[in-house]
Structure formats: structure tokens, C-alpha cells
Write a protein that binds this ligand. Structure first.
Ligand code: PEP
Ligand code: MG
Length: 558
């Protein structure tokens, strides 16, 4: 049995088979390795796999295209075994202790530089072949997948890191756990794992490698431990804990149908934040009071264009119908350049969180925004719906967005297309700027929802995807809690409601203080709806002394 440790993100236990996932595009990290012999063996293996691949390409091309065209693969094979290229790669591994992928990539860059400066056209043209052959080698080294990954039941997804688009690609019904070598508490694998209540461990380091693929394992998401090929005792202990968890889960299901009311009678709205329609099912089965945040990212992540009106309409109508009259809040496009650079035909930005994203894109590229708003409004007749605008920084942006929504309404009226006149327009409070202008926003917006993930990252200067700087801890939560208080006060003074829809809402240790600060709605992962209900029902907020102490302690006002 081998034990690999990391940072525990979602506490649960799972047993299954490791599926080591490597992404399609070649992201080559530069690492120093301690075991250079192992790296050389990996390189030799990749070389022989590439050779076999080139042989089969040659046979295929010979049959279909003739000897002349097939010759290119003979040249590629010669390059693969070119002594200068081969020696350079080996020396980068043995003498400089670099990992094989990086050694190949660097040797290829050096060689193409030399070739590119040659006077002969023929030699210069060989640079493309060097790139091709090195990419092939690296793909073999990385075991790079070329399409969707096939999962069996109870797959433990292990990877260096998992990007949002990749997280969307997996068949969620077959995943037992997530483990990543890098990653952070708020990275997408973590959010997905939390939403599915699956164990998740991040920051596991280099030991989490492709050699583990296919091995049986147990994931302990409480302690942050992965047991590879576990022994009998570990298996037995894990199975006992899985049974205990199942019993706890069964107890929680007895709360289905019960109201979210504190012991002293305060009623709280508990909704679910979801990424796509499959999670709506889970929101319904966990008895969520509505959808506090429906994101549309899954409809365009990894695509080359934004979804058309009909696809959006289909999704929005389905979520409203599935929620059967319970309120659904649809978030307008919350994209960032890291996800939509291809669609928007733009360069990736050095700092996408602070760049061309979200409402900024919508206000500038109004055709995209109007298509989405049309689909939302058309769907509004199928249930109770509101729209929420992300990343607003001032009242001007809100007014601008609302004016566009009004234009779309006018257009629909002219066409005679039905929509509900009661759709509320809310603001996601997720920038310090929105907090500081919440008095103005509250006069015009219909409701607020605080996106604590972004608010936290902008307020505390903590990159939400950087594992080194963890999510909020009690000792640095003061600024954020003061902001929540200010937003609640401004909202209530103007008669509108405030929800919290970031990860903070799912943190059950924060429930009491959020309710003491007068938050009206909590939107959490579907799997957290019932645990949150249990906590709410056990709370008693009527003790004024306790309440004052808790608030002054958390806000450090005394
Ligand atoms: C947030 O910022 O809190 C939020 C809910 O949205 P996201 O994490 O997708 O930015
Ligand atoms: Mg956000």
C-alpha cells in the first residue's frame, strides 16, 4: 500500500479505481527530477511508441497516397533517432535533471532555432517536422488524451490539475473522487466535488502521477490521504466509515419537506447554486427552495461560439419547469478571457480575473448579451424567474445593463412574444466597488446576492485559484463580514433582499453569523441544502446578548 497526502477539500470517503487524466493540449511543466533513470526510461518508452506510430502512418500513407507522400514518415523517423537531437534530450535529463517532457520541448526549440537560420529553404522547412515529432513524443510522455475520457463506475479522477471545461466533460455519475497534484480549495475540481459531495484532495504533488492509472485506491477526503492498493485493514476501516456516512445521509433525508426555520422561528430561504441541468435534478431531490444561481458556463466552455438563442431557451425553460414554480435566478454570462478567449477571438490576458470579462463583455458585445436576455425572458413564462448581473462595479453599469434588458423587452413586445413582466433584476455583489456603492444600487436593483468567492479574492487580494493562499479563515474574515453587514443594511433600508451565493454560504460554521448579519437567503451546492437545513433548525437567534457578542467579535467592533 502506498499513501499519498495532500490538502483535504471535501470530507468524504470513497473507494474505486484511479483514472489518471491528462489534458488534450500540451502543457509542459519544467520540473527537476530526482530519479533521472526513471525519466530516461519514460523517454525511451515514448520514443518506441512514437516509432510504432510512425510505422503505422507510413504503411497507411503508402497504401492510400503512394511512396512519395509516405516518405515524410521515413524522414520523421530519422529525426526521431537523429543523434544530435537524441543526445541533447538525454543530456538535459541526465546532466540537468529535467523532466522528459521539458527536455524534449527544449531540445526541439534549440534545434528549430538552428534550422530556421539556415540558408536553404529545404532545411528551414524541416522546423515544422521537428515540432511535429517533438509534439508526438510529448503526447506519448503525457499520455495525452484526444477526446472524452471513458469512465467506469467509481472512478477516482487523478490529474495534475483540472480545468473548468474538463470538469464539465466527465460523466458525473461515474466519479467517486477527485485528487489533483496542484489545484486549490476553490479551483473547479474542488467546487465540482463539493457540489457532488465527493471526496476531493488537492496539492498532492509529484507522487500523484500517471503510473497510478488503473490501480485500486481509497480516498480519505477528511484527512487528505490517498491509499493506493490499500491493505485489508484500510479497506475495512474505509468501508465502515462509508456506512456511517450513508446512515448520516439517510438521517438528513428525513428533513425533506421540513421548513428552514430556526428554533426561535426565523425563516430562511435555502436555494441551490448549480452549473447545469444535471445539477438541477440534484437540487430538486435535495429539496432546495429554488435555484439561487444558475450559471450558463457549461453551455459554452470548450466551445468555439456562444450558444444560440434556442439552446439557451431550452436550458432556461427546462430549469424553470423542473423547479416547478420555485424561484430560479439566472446569472448572465460570467465569462473570463481564460475561458472565452477563443470564442471572442482575443488573446489570453495576463490577469483574466481583472480583465475583459463578465458584464464588461456583455455591455460591449451587446448582440451576445441580447441573445441571452431574449432566451431568458422567453423562458420566464414557464415559472418564477429573476436575472442577476455579475461583476457590477457601479450604478452606471447596472443602468446600462438594465437599459439593454428593457430594449429586449420592447423588441419582444413588438414581436408579440410572451414574457413575464415580473422578472426581477438583481446585482451580484462581488466587487468591493459594488459593496461601497450598495446604497445607490439598492435604490434601483430588485435584489442583491453576494458572490463571496470573487468578493473575497478582490477584498483580501487572494487569488481564488491559488492554493498557497487559502480561502477565508476566521482571522481574516473581518473585512468580508463587515462588507456583508454593510450590504445587508443598505439593502434592507431600501426594502430589498440579500442572498449569499459564494462558497461561504456552504460553510456551515458561518451560518449563524450570516443569519445574525440578516442575510435573507443562502444559495449552496445541492448536496449542502439538507445539512444547512439541519443547522438552521438547530439555531436559536433570539438570545440578544449572544447575538451582540458574536457580531462584535466577528466584526471586531469592540
Ligand atoms: C462568486 O463569485 O461568489 C460566485 C458565486 O461566482 P464564481 O465563483 O463563479 O465567480
Ligand atoms: Mg463570481
Amino acid at each position: 500500500m502506498k499513501t499519498i497526502s495532500g490538502k483535504a477539500v471535501v470530507g468524504a470517503i470513497a473507494q474505486g479505481t484511479i483514472v489518471f487524466y491528462q489534458r488534450n493540449d500540451l502543457i509542459i511543466s519544467r520540473r527537476k527530477v530526482s530519479d533521472t533513470k526513471r525519466e530516461l526510461t519514460r523517454y525511451e518508452k515514448a520514443k518506441s511508441e512514437t516509432e510504432q506510430e510512425l510505422d503505422s502512418f507510413y504503411e497507411d500513407a503508402l497504401e492510400r497516397l503512394g511512396e512519395e507522400n509516405a516518405q515524410i514518415f521515413v524522414i520523421h523517423k530519422m529525426m526521431l533517432f537523429d543523434a544530435q537531437f537524441d543526445n541533447r534530450i538525454q543530456s538535459l535529463i541526465t546532466d540537468s535533471s529535467y523532466n522528459a517532457e521539458y527536455a524534449v520541448a527544449r531540445a526541439a526549440i534549440e534545434l528549430t532555432r538552428v534550422l530556421a537560420n539556415n540558408d536553404s529553404d529545404y532545411v528551414r522547412e524541416r522546423t515544422a517536422d521537428v515540432r511535429d515529432i517533438s509534439e508526438r513524443l510529448i503526447r506519448h510522455l503525457l499520455n495525452a488524451q484526444t477526446g472524452e475520457i471513458e469512465l467506469k463506475e467509481n472512478s477516482i479522477i487523478c490529474a495534475d490539475s483540472i480545468m473548468p471545461s474538463e470538469a464539465m466533460m466527465f460523466d458525473k455519475t461515474k466519479i467517486a473522487a477527485f485528487c489533483t497534484a496542484a489545484g486549490a480549495e476553490n479551483s473547479h475540481a474542488s467546487i465540482l466535488a463539493r457540489s457532488m459531495d465527493l471526496p476531493c484532495i488537492v496539492c498532492m504533488g509529484d507522487e500523484l502521477c500517471d503510473e497510478l492509472d488503473g490501480k485500486e485506491a481509497i480516498v480519505d477526503g477528511y484527512e487528505g490521504l490517498l491509499f493506493v492498493e490499500p491493505d485489508e485493514i484500510t479497506i475495512r476501516r474505509a468501508q465502515d466509515r462509508i456506512k456511517v456516512e450513508q446512515r448520516k445521509h439517510e438521517m438528513l433525508t428525513t428533513l425533506i419537506g421540513e421548513p428552514n426555520v430556526t428554533a426561535d422561528g426565523r425563516s430562511v430561504r435555502v436555494c441551490a447554486s448549480v452549473y447545469d441541468l444535471s445539477e438541477v435534478e440534484s437540487a430538486v431531490s435535495n429539496d432546495a427552495g429554488g435555484i439561487g444561481l444558475f450559471r450558463s458556463e457549461s453551455l459554452y466552455i470548450g466551445e468555439r461560439v456562444f450558444p444560440d438563442e434556442e439552446l439557451l431557451f431550452y436550458n432556461y425553460r427546462r430549469v424553470l419547469e423542473d423547479m416547478n414554480g420555485r424561484e430560479v435566478t439566472l446569472l448572465t454570462y460570467d465569462m473570463s478571457a481564460e475561458i472565452t478567449a477563443d470564442i471572442l477571438n482575443m488573446k489570453k490576458e495576463p490577469n483574466p480575473a481583472l480583465g475583459y470579462r463578465s458584464i464588461r463583455v456583455c455591455l460591449e458585445q451587446q448582440d451576445i448579451f441580447k441573445t441571452q436576455i431574449r432566451a431568458m425572458l422567453r423562458a420566464s413564462v414557464y415559472g418564477k424567474m429573476s436575472i442577476i448581473l455579475p461583476l457590477i462595479v457601479d450604478i452606471g453599469e447596472f443602468r446600462h445593463a438594465r437599459a439593454i434588458i428593457n430594449d429586449v423587452k420592447e423588441q419582444l413586445r413588438e414581436e408579440g412574444t410572451a414574457f413575464s413582466e415580473d422578472v426581477k433584476i438583481g446585482v451580484m455583489i462581488e466587487t468591493p466597488a459594488a459593496v461601497m456603492t450598495s446604497d445607490l444600487l439598492a435604490k434601483e436593483a430588485d435584489f442583491f446576492c453576494i458572490g463571496t468567492n470573487d468578493l473575497e479574492q478582490f477584498t483580501l487580494a487572494l487569488d481564488k485559484n491559488n492554493s498557497k493562499y487559502d480561502r477565508i479563515r476566521p482571522e481574516n474574515s473581518t473585512a468580508l463580514l463587515r462588507m456583508i453587514k454593510l450590504v445587508c443594511d443598505n439593502a434592507h433600508r431600501n426594502g430589498i433582499e440579500v442572498g449569499v451565493c459564494g462558497e461561504l454560504a456552504s460553510d456551515l460554521s458561518m451560518t449563524e453569523i450570516l443569519l445574525q448579519l440578516e442575510v435573507d437567503m443562502l444559495s449552496v451546492m445541492p448536496s449542502r441544502v439538507l445539512p444547512l437545513r439541519k443547522v438552521i433548525r438547530e439555531l436559536n437567534l433570539s438570545d440578544e446578548e449572544r447575538s451582540k457578542n458574536l457580531i462584535s467579535q466577528c466584526l471586531q467592533t469592540r
